[in-house]
Design a protein. Structure first.
Length: 346
């Protein structure tokens, strides 16, 4: 049985997109440590997951910067502050403790405690698109999965993977040495994945090390939430059954507000209402920055989120250091800040 992990920190940031990452920097300048929770398996949010090679033209001082490069530079910028990432996890529940701190629990059982919560979840949480078959939900979480969190689960099992993007190809290649057999199912012989991954998969299929089948999953068969086989419907309408202990479905991601909607915060059309002085929600100590918030004149720009992160950090300071006032300093002239950043100011 996995032991529950319990962490205490100064600020918990929900969302590790560009705005959440920059919040680490602004909090760090004021000596506040941060842990970040994100449902994705890597930092960067939409920039890293949906359009890493898309150019962005409205980041100050960068006439053009690729989305993934922006994420990489933000990660480099916040490295001196040692952020802790809890990835492939969703913020599931939130409660106020007697000491005034907040207790957040993720869907994997990780518990985090802090006096400050920063919601930087963009348009909400990335949620996997579900298997569109009747009765599929009865297998979810046991033998129908939308993410891989423990590779050993698949050792010596018959695995069917469906999808045509990077996730489907990457996990086909990663799990192939562990599984008894892997069948990759995609509706056509064209993929949205890296060409190198596609070529490796086809080489393994040609050698008989895995099976690639064009078509789609038409039915699931099993008992008590455990799959035994799936029915494959080929492009010509023919059907055949495949042995299947686990079905991994990678149909992409959709955006939903998710459990944040149940945190007891004021919502305005599925967005979190905040003021423009502190970017604080209706709950003291809980802030919202980036595309997840709303206020008069709001502009959904990364630039706006960076500004909101700076003001939020100064407003969060009294919750972490009661009775103290944050001292405003410029990074260009403060030797103390330059020391934190590991630069010499020259």
């Amino acid at each position: 049985m996995t032991k529950t992990q319990h962490f205490k920190t100064d600020a918990i940031i929900i969302g590790a997109g560009p705005v959440g990452l920059f919040a680490v920097f602004e909090l760090g300048l004021l000596d506040m440590k941060a842990h970040l929770v994100d449902i994705l398996d890597k930092p960067g949010g939409q920039c890293a997951e949906l359009y890493p090679e898309k150019p962005i033209y409205d980041i100050p001082a960068y006439p053009k910067i690729m989305a993934q490069e922006l994420v990489d530079r933000l990660m480099e910028q916040i490295a001196p502050f040692g952020p802790v990432f809890h990835l492939s996890q969703m913020a599931q529940s939130l409660e106020k403790l007697e000491n005034g701190h907040w207790r957040l629990e993720t869907d994997t059982g990780t518990i985090l405690e802090a006096p400050v919560i920063v919601i930087a979840a963009g348009g909400g949480s990335f949620v996997p698109k579900k298997m569109p078959l009747a009765g599929a939900d009865s297998y979810e979480g046991t033998s129908l999965l939308y993410a891989v969190r423990n590779k050993e689960l698949f050792r010596d099992k018959h695995i069917v993977i469906t999808g045509g993007g990077d996730s489907a190809l990457d996990w086909t290649l990663e799990l192939q040495p562990l599984a008894a057999h892997i069948t990759l199912v995609h509706r056509r012989d064209e993929f949205r994945a890296a060409p190198d991954s596609v070529n490796k998969m086809k080489s393994l299929a040609a050698a008989g090390a895995l099976t690639f089948a064009t078509g789609q999953i038409a039915a699931l068969h099993g008992e008590a939430g455990r799959l035994e086989k799936v029915t494959l419907r080929s492009a010509d309408g023919g059907e055949s059954d495949l042995p299947c202990d686990h079905l991994l479905a990678f149909f992409g991601l959709t955006m939903k507000l998710g459990p944040i909607a149940d945190f007891g915060l004021n919502l305005d059309r599925n967005l979190l209402a905040v003021d423009t002085e502190k970017f604080e929600t209706s709950q003291p100590g809980i802030f919202a920055i980036g595309d997840i918030n709303t206020y008069p004149g709001k502009q959904k720009l990364i630039l706006s989120g960076f500004h909101e992160a700076a003001l939020m950090a100064h407003a969060a300071y009294p919750y972490v250091y009661p009775g103290k006032k944050a001292r405003f300093q410029y990074t260009t002239s403060s030797s103390a800040l330059q020391e934190k950043l590991g630069v010499d100011g020259q």
